[in-house]
Design a binder for this molecule. Structure first.
Ligand code: DGJ
Length: 534
């Protein structure tokens, strides 16, 4: 049974809601926080987005048949798909709901949830999804000006006409969504896409310059932990070499917040903004897209864009240290970790577990559909065609059947998950009276030496003092009592599957299957493990 329907059945049993078909209205998805941890509540219980983002030009009637089979193959429970402003408002004030209605209907047929991506004023720093009637009036819907006074390929956050038009269109989109989605197929909405500007650090138009030379607003000073300044302290005086990027972040966040707030007042779905990142170790201004929620300006975004629930990193950094650093930077007491775009490669797929280990509410590799011709995957060979989906499918095939348990255990703070790092053959997770030792590249009783390429990942959740849910891929997990002079013995290692949200016993593992720890290969395997000391 696929995630959406299974989840609905479980939720229905727990909450007394009616089953799909009978349902007219379900609770609005919401983000909750408890003891510094977050959960996305869907149908009354924590939910984990096992997402796949469609390619940019996939949300057209003739393309969707190339999207759903990929979602099916992946065992993804959520499709992230754009809503194009240019398609939605082809003429000023005339709205076309046909595509969003179509995707919604097809998502329900495929028992898949949605995250809608509002490709509005910004798409990757440009205004390429503004409708034609706007593109043809660049004086009214104007661009950022660079230092030489030339327009760059990026919308100005000071263009009040663009802001008014986007606010109206986004509000209309949200209003319609509220009307047609009582069963909450749509879980969240992304406001804009990778806001900010490439090719200039900020807007240098005379009007923007005037604001840049004016005192920094008090809320920004406070958010950035700057002492109250002498009254004349402008952006340059306060932020020095970061002045331009801080100013642009303030301007963009202020603009986006107005759009988000208007939508939220109509229908309070969780809203997020995705970030084109800077290198977390050496991201100097000019080397990244300025203005979006990069890690150095998260506090500005948090202060001036309260209508945005989550600032979410698009992680395309393949290096382990950079990837993990980004997860750490966006996992904050005031920000739920959500990875709305990332690499789906074999080497990066393990980071899904790292994200879970930092309490992520969702994860979604980019471009996972069959619309794009990939030379290396052309041809009739089904295996080859699915090659680029396989790493993500491995993760989701494993986690999707127990998604509700994983989301709940994580929200309760009982779950830890990790992935293999180069040169680190083992690591220890602490659970009260027990340590779980995760190792990589261990064969029988030989010492772990790491996998030839780091693919390992493991997840351990504490069910009670001496019982754990354990799973992973390309890794070994063992338990050690923390008490001095004690040894571990397995009381019972149950292999099972998850059906309709419940662990179903298959067999007891013993002998070769447990004598050197609990070993996970490329196949999905879930264990319920009871341990004791002797
Ligand atoms: C990040 C953007 O947010 C996506 O829409 C897409 O353009 C990818 N980059 C690259 O394919």
């Amino acid at each position: 049974m696929r995630g959406f329907f299974a989840g609905a059945v479980v939720a229905a049993m727990c909450t007394g809601l009616a089953l799909p078909g009978q349902v007219t209205e379900r609770p609005i998805p919401r983000l909750v926080q408890q003891d510094g941890r977050f959960a996305l509540m869907v149908d009354g219980a924590p939910y984990l987005i096992l997402g796949a983002q469609a390619n940019n030009s996939s949300d057209w009637p003739e393309m969707l048949p190339k999207v759903w089979p990929a979602i099916e193959y992946l065992h993804a429970n959520t499709l992230e798909v754009p809503i194009y402003w240019e398609q939605f408002e082809p003429q000023e004030g005339k709205f076309d709901y046909s595509q969003m209605d179509l995707v919604l209907a097809q998502a329900r047929e495929h028992h898949t949830r949605l995250v809608f991506l509002w490709f509005g004023t910004w798409k990757n720093g440009s205004q390429h999804y503004m409708p034609e009637w706007m593109k043809l009036q660049p004086e009214r819907y104007f661009h950022v000006k660079n230092k030489n006074g030339e327009a760059v390929d990026s919308p100005s956050p000071f263009a009040t006409a663009s802001l008014a038009a986007d606010t109206q269109a986004f509000s209309e989109f949200i209003r319609h969504l509220k009307a047609v989605d009582p069963d909450r197929t749509v879980l969240m909405v992304q406001v804009e896409n990778e806001t900010g500007t490439w090719g200039a650090l900020r807007d240098y138009s005379p009007a923007a310059q005037k604001l840049f030379d004016a005192p920094v607003p008090g809320d920004v000073l406070k958010a950035m932990n700057k002492e109250p300044q002498p009254s004349a302290a402008n952006w340059q005086a306060v932020f020095g070499s970061e002045a331009e990027v801080c100013f642009h972040a303030w301007a963009v966040a202020t603009y986006v917040n107005k759009i988000a707030a208007a939508g939220k007042a109509i229908y309070p779905l969780p809203l997020y903004v995705n970030a084109a990142l800077r290198d977390p170790f050496k991201g100097a201004p000019g080397s990244y897209e300025s203005g979006g929620p990069t890690d150095n300006v998260l506090n500005i975004w948090k202060a001036v864009a309260p209508a945005i629930d989550i600032l979410a990193p698009d992680i395309y950094l393949p290096a382990t240290a950079s990837y993990l650093k980004v997860l750490e930077l966006y996992h904050r007491p005031d920000n739920a970790l959500f990875v709305p775009e990332t690499l789906g490669s074999a080497s990066a797929a393990r980071f899904f577990f790292s994200a879970l280990g930092m309490g992520a509410i969702g994860y979604s590799p980019f471009g996972l559909d069959y619309t794009r011709l990939r030379p290396q995957f052309e041809g009739d060979n089904e295996d080859a065609k699915d090659g680029f989906l396989k790493p993500s499918a491995q993760n989701y095939r494993l986690i999707e059947p127990m998604m509700r348990d994983i989301a709940r255990l994580n929200f309760e703070g009982k779950l830890q998950a990790v992935s293999e790092e180069e040169g680190k053959v083992s690591e220890t997770l602490h659970f009260g009276a027990w340590d779980a030792v995760v190792s990589y590249g261990a064969v029988r009783n030989q010492a772990a030496k790491g996998n030839p390429t780091p693919l390992g990942r493991a997840l351990v959740a504490q069910l009670n003092d001496h019982q754990f849910l354990v799973t992973g891929l390309y890794s070994r997990v063992d338990f050690l009592p923390t008490g001095a002079g004690k040894h571990r013995q397995f009381l019972r290692v149950e292999e099972g599957t998850y059906e309709e949200g419940a662990f179903k016993f298959l067999r007891i593992l013993n002998g070769d299957q447990t004598d050197w720890g609990l070993n996970f290969s490329s196949e999905p395997e879930v264990l319920r493990v009871s341990v004791a000391t002797y």
